[in-house]
Design a protein around this ligand. Structure first.
Ligand SMILES: [Fe+2]
Length: 422
């Protein structure tokens, strides 16, 4: 069949600098730019986190998830393989799975009951041969050409990733060795157990979220709780590094200072030495990973965060919903062999960085402040010059740098506009 070409009006937007020390505000609000992000990033050769394989433990179990704005189904088939299928019937595009979780032998569309097997293959079409011998689909109607679209899937020690691009790099190569090593420090091969979910809608552009996690600068200024209880401060030991290939994946790791050794610091005005908690358990972790790292924040391009905050383990996934809104989807987890005490500890720690945690509430408020400024001033630019102009990882121990945000945009511009790296 011949295709029909349709052209739309062209327009030009401008990035103000050759390097990524400036980010134009329109990047966070322009609807055309957002459409291109969906095509080039979310439906391109990048991996999206869709869930944990322990969420679909048995053949037939399924779960709904999102890749960009496209609903998908994660389903375990009879061969025990985890598939990720587009949740959109090949017939009239209707969503097939409406429940967040479920289990079934087949997947049946509610509209005209087209039925697919657990690998997405079309198995049944009602009235395919017509009614009473009249009508129906043409004799050469190809069932095989009308399967559910299957994404490429990779499961890394229980974490399920999917991409529309079947030529995407394998996850290890995608993350690079250095980031993969940190990823598998948490996803270490032990069986996982989900402890709970949270989700929230935020008014702002999806990129604000990964940027916030790459930004160690704000953590020591904005978060009174972190500073006052010594959980994260600029004057403590830590490292910040980007992957050395794309520069768009990043890790911030740090070691908490015991509270009796904390000092006041002129530039940390929000430090409150007289703050006490009635229950100190949310700030008293146990050592778990064979090192002293108390916070490890890993951001994977485009928008997954894996956080280990003391004994709290979570994936935070960003689901874009237009240029000015996103859903933040939290999965709290532990390991299948956790004892009751550890489960309690992890759950209690969710009071730090959960949707309404002592720390996250600050971020949620400033996203909306940034977003309203960006939306109202599309011609102005953000300044991202802390630590220089490059995306080289800062030297060991240097925590005051925006290099990870610059790294994100170096890849972003290459992917979005074919702009060469600086
Ligand atoms: Fe924050």
């Amino acid at each position: 069949m011949a295709s029909v070409a349709i052209e739309f009006e062209k327009r030009t937007l401008e990035w103000p600098t050759e390097d990524c020390t400036r980010i134009p505000n329109w990047v966070y609000s322009d609807p055309d730019n957002y459409q291109r992000e969906l095509e080039k990033i979310f439906y391109g050769p990048f991996w999206s986190f869709v869930g944990l394989d322990c969420e679909v433990p048995n053949p037939g179990d399924y779960k709904r998830a999102m890749v960009g704005e496209r609903p998908v189904i994660i389903v375990r088939d009879k061969d025990n393989q985890v598939n990720v299928l587009l949740n959109s019937c090949a017939h009239r595009a209707a969503e097939i799975c409406l429940d967040k979780f479920g289990s079934n032998r087949v997947l049946t569309c509610p509209y005209h009951q087209w039925t697919y097997d657990l690998k997405g293959k079309l198995m049944g079409v009602p009235f395919r041969k017509g009614a009473k011998g009249i009508g129906g689909y043409p004799a050469d109607f190809d069932m095989n050409a009308n399967s559910l679209k299957a994404l490429r899937v990779e499961v890394v020690n229980g974490a399920v990733f999917a991409t529309f691009d079947h030529n995407a790099l394998p996850m290890r190569e995608y993350l690079t060795d250095r980031i993969y090593e940190k990823f598998t420090r948490v996803f270490d091969g032990r069986k996982l157990k989900v402890l709970g979910y949270q989700r929230q809608r935020l008014r702002g552009n999806w990129k604000l979220y990964p940027e916030n996690l790459k930004d160690s600068y704000h953590a020591t200024l904005l978060h009174v709780f972190l500073i006052s209880f010594g959980l994260y401060r600029m004057d403590q030991k830590g490292n910040l590094f980007n992957d050395d290939k794309t520069r768009a994946h990043n890790v911030v790791e740090s070691i908490a200072t015991p509270r009796d050794q904390l000092k006041s610091h002129d530039e940390m005005k929000s430090y409150k030495s007289n703050y006490e908690l009635n229950d100190m358990r949310p700030v008293t972790p146990v050592k778990e990973f064979g090192d002293d790292i108390t916070i490890q924040n890993l951001t994977m391009f485009p928008c997954l965060t894996v956080q280990q905050q003391q004994n709290l383990l979570q994936c935070r996934n960003v689901i874009p919903m237009g240029p000015n809104e996103f859903e933040l989807s939290w999965t709290f987890f532990g390991y299948e062999d956790d004892d009751e005490e550890m489960i309690q500890r992890r759950t209690r720690l969710a009071n730090l960085t959960g949707a309404a945690g002592y720390i996250s509430v600050d971020d949620n408020e400033v996203f909306e402040l940034s977003a309203s400024g960006m939306l109202a001033n599309p011609d102005a630019n953000c300044v991202v010059e802390l630590g220089g102009s490059s995306s080289d990882s800062p030297q060991a121990g240097e925590m005051v740098s925006e290099s990870a945000i610059r790294g994100f945009y170096e890849l972003y511009r290459e992917v979005m506009y074919a702009h060469p790296r600086p």
